[in-house]
Design a protein around this ligand. Structure first.
Ligand code: BGC
Length: 315
C-alpha cells in the first residue's frame, strides 16, 4: 500500500477560486462553496485584446496573485475558470466569442501551471447554471431546467433533476436560417438596432424552438440582458414559467468555483504535500506550457497596474 493510501481521505474544500472570462472583463474571487457567497473582494481587469490564451492567462494570473498577496487564498485551494466555448478534456473546442487560438490549446494545463494549483475549465453558461442549480433559481427544482445566458453570445445550461447535461450550445441552433445568437443575443439586438418589443418577440420565437425540442419545466434567463427583464418580459411567451437568474454579476465566478469543487480532493492532497514538503511549496514549475509561468511573471506587472477592486456583492 502506498503511503498516500494510508492517509485519511481529505475533506472537500470549503472555498475555491472562481474565475470568469467574459468579452469585456476577466473577474475572480474566492467563493464560499457552502453558502455561495464571495469570501474575498471581486477583482477585475479588462479582457486583453486580442484575447489569446497567453494574454488571458496572464490577466488571470495577475488577479489571482493579488488575491494570494492579500491573504485570501490558501495553498492548494482549487480554481475553476469559466470560458465562452465548449470544454472537453481541459481544452476549448469552440471559440465563437473569444480568440480562435483557444481552440485545442492545453488551457487547463497552462492555467494550472501559471496558478500553481489544480484548475478546472468549464463552459461559462454551465458555470452560471451550476450557481443557479446549487444556490439560486434552479435550486431543488426537479424536471428539466433550461438556463439561457444572453449577452455577447447566447449560452445554455440544461439540468435534468438537478444534474447538468454539460456543453449544450443552444445559442447556435438555426433560427430564421441563421446561427441564433447572431440574431437574438444582446450584442445582436444592439447591432441590429432592435427595440425591446421586436427583440422580445424574436427571442420568444427562438425559445419556442427550444421548447419544441426539450420541453423544459422552467426557463431561467441570465447574462447581461436579464437585468433589463422588465423592459421585455411582456413580449415573451413560453409554455414553461420564465424567471430571471438570481445571480446576476457573480454567477460565472460562483459556478466556476463550484466546478472546481470536485477536484478539491486532489487539491487538498496537493496542499498537504506543499505544507509538509518545503521543496514543493509555492507555484509549481511550468510543465506542459513550456515556461509560460516565468514569462507570465513579467506580464503580471502590467495586469496589476490595471486591476480594479469591484464591490463585494454576494450575488
Ligand atoms: C458560445 C458558448 C457560450 C456562449 C456565452 C457562445 O457563443 O458558443 O459556449 O456559453 O457564447 O458566452
Amino acid at each position: 500500500m502506498s503511503p498516500r493510501a494510508k492517509r485519511p481521505a481529505p475533506a472537500a474544500p470549503r472555498t475555491a477560486i472562481g474565475i470568469d472570462v467574459g468579452g469585456t472583463g476577466v473577474k475572480a474571487a474566492v467563493v464560499d462553496l457552502v453558502t455561495g457567497e464571495l469570501a474575498s473582494p471581486r477583482l477585475r481587469v479588462k479582457t486583453p485584446q486580442p484575447a489569446t490564451p497567453e494574454a488571458v492567462i496572464a490577466a488571470i494570473g495577475g488577479i489571482v496573485d493579488q488575491l494570494v498577496a492579500d491573504g485570501h487564498v490558501t495553498p492548494g485551494m482549487p480554481a475553476g475558470a469559466g470560458l465562452p466555448g465548449v470544454v472537453k478534456a481541459g481544452r476549448l473546442m469552440t471559440a465563437a466569442n473569444i480568440d480562435k487560438s483557444w481552440i485545442v490549446a492545453p488551457a487547463e494545463a497552462m492555467l494550472s501551471a501559471r496558478l500553481g494549483r489544480v484548475v478546472r475549465l468549464v463552459n461559462d453558461a454551465d458555470a452560471a447554471g451550476l450557481a443557479e442549480a446549487t444556490f439560486g433559481a434552479a435550486k431543488g427544482v426537479q424536471g428539466t431546467v433550461l438556463l439561457l445566458t444572453i449577452g455577447t453570445g447566447i449560452g445554455s445550461a440544461l439540468f435534468i433533476d438537478g444534474h447538468l447535461l454539460d456543453s449544450t450550445e443552444f445559442g447556435h441552433v438555426t433560427y430564421r436560417g441563421k446561427d441564433a445568437e447572431t440574431l437574438v443575443s444582446g450584442a445582436a439586438r444592439e447591432r441590429r438596432g432592435l427595440g425591446w418589443k421586436k427583440w422580445g418577440r424574436e427571442f420568444s420565437e427562438y425559445m419556442a424552438l427550444l421548447e419544441r425540442w426539450f420541453w423544459p419545466d422552467l426557463i431561467i434567463l441570465g447574462g447581461g440582458v436579464s437585468k433589463e427583464y422588465a423592459k421585455y418580459s411582456r413580449f415573451l411567451t413560453a409554455r414553461a414559467p420564465i424567471v430571471t437568474a438570481q445571480y446576476l454579476n457573480t454567477s460565472g465566478i460562483v459556478g466556476a468555483a463550484l466546478a472546481a469543487a470536485d477536484i478539491g480532493i486532489a487539491a487538498a492532497v496537493l496542499a498537504r504535500e506543499d505544507a509538509t514538503d518545503p521543496g514543493t511549496a509555492g507555484p509549481r514549475k511550468a510543465g506542459p506550457d513550456g515556461g509560460l509561468a516565468s514569462r507570465a511573471t513579467a506580464q503580471a506587472a502590467d495586469v496589476a497596474a490595471s486591476l480594479v477592486i469591484e464591490d463585494q456583492p454576494t450575488r
